[in-house]
Ligand binder design. Structure first.
Ligand code: TRP
Length: 336
């Protein structure tokens, strides 16, 4: 029997997800479960690289796990773990630190962006070494499971390339050991802000710019109703970004038939944007209400969830421990 390839990906337990994250990453994770052995992590140690609230961190971590299960990540099919519960990640991080090129690490654009963000902030936020070495922890997340594929967004492409360089360097120095992890890019819809379709949908822009994954009907309808369509002065034949975004939302919700009808109206110049908006709002309300229902079912059984997480994390840890045993041997460290 052919061994299934291993897929690994992780998400930070920051705030609740919005539909951009959902269609961009999580539905993809759900689909991959059928074809691969998947390991998915909630990476709480990564959160510590930026200012954060220790009081909320565990809550957010637990909440992210619940959200992932509500979205269809099945802990029976896949492994679901909390990063800080598996100390092998941090152990491998040190070892990988010693095969990471300082120059290579210095070229990471995300570090530059985040440190600029911190510097421009009103508060006296300092830039930690942890923020700088963050990509090495990420490489450890991947390599500790000797993953073949890593589904990531384009924003993580550079970090994944660094992970491959780290693996290569290790293999050169100590002998062939780590497979070189390949990215898995899929066709993800590009969702734009409802209120400003010149920007990507993102939480940091403010509440009217995105739709939350578990958002209530009334507020979704309100946001979609006031979504920007034509800004005026659009004399070209091309669809304006706002209108295109509404169609993109319908596409993400798999409303193929509705799209066909509305596109036809658009092309013949008879499309009323109010109708397009109604359809988008209906599709989103349908999605979020079913997710909300699943979420409250899970929350009603929180003890079960905690047990599942504990067991799944323990199973995942065994895989990580196998790697560490071999790595220690290869690197000349004593067996434990
Ligand atoms: N850096 C990733 C992000 O912010 C999260 C992450 C951490 C990750 N470790 C990973 C993603 C390992 C893929 C594989 O989105």
């Amino acid at each position: 029997m052919l061994m299934k390839k291993r897929v690994l990906s992780c998400i930070q337990p920051t705030n609740e997800m919005h539909i951009g994250n959902y269609f961009g990453a999580v539905t993809n994770w759900v689909n991959l479960q059928e074809k691969y052995n998947c390991i998915y992590g909630v990476v709480d140690l990564h959160v510590m690289t930026m200012p954060y609230s220790p009081k909320n961190l565990y809550n957010n971590t637990q909440n992210m796990i619940i959200d992932l299960i509500a979205c269809g990540i099945d802990p029976e099919k896949s492994q679901l773990f909390i990063q800080s519960m598996i100390p092998e990640h941090t152990e491998l991080t040190w070892i990988l630190n010693c095969v990471t090129s300082y120059g290579g690490l210095s070229r990471m654009t995300q570090f530059k962006d985040k440190s600029e963000l911190l510097q421009s902030g009103a508060k006296d936020n300092f830039i930690s070494a942890g923020l700088f070495t963050y990509p090495i922890l990420q490489a450890a997340d991947i390599l500790v499971y000797r993953a073949d594929y890593v589904p990531v967004g384009k924003d993580q492409e550079q970090h994944l390339e660094l992970s491959r360089n780290i693996a290569m360097r290790f293999n050169n120095q100590f002998g062939e050991f780590f497979p070189l992890p390949q990215p898995l890019f899929t066709d993800v819809p590009k969702l734009l802000s409802l209120a400003d379709p010149s920007k990507k949908m993102s939480k940091s822009l403010g509440s009217k710019h995105y739709v939350g994954l578990f958002e209530e009907e009334a507020s979704i309808r309100k946001k979609v109703k006031s979504a920007v369509t034509d800004i005026g002065g659009n004399t070209s034949d091309e669809m304006s970004p706002g209108v295109k975004n509404l169609f993109e939302l319908l596409r993400a919700c798999k409303k193929t038939e509705i799209i066909a009808v509305l596109k036809h109206d658009y092309e013949s110049g008879t499309l009323k944007y109010s109708i397009l908006k109604d359809e988008v709002a209906n599709a989103l309300v349908e999605l979020t209400s079913s997710l909300r229902e699943k979420k409250s079912e899970i929350e009603a059984n929180i003890d079960v969830v905690n047990k599942v997480i504990k067991e799944s994390t323990a199973r995942t840890r065994e895989l990580a421990a196998e790697t560490i045993t071999e790595v220690r041997k290869i690197c000349g460290l004593p067996a434990r």
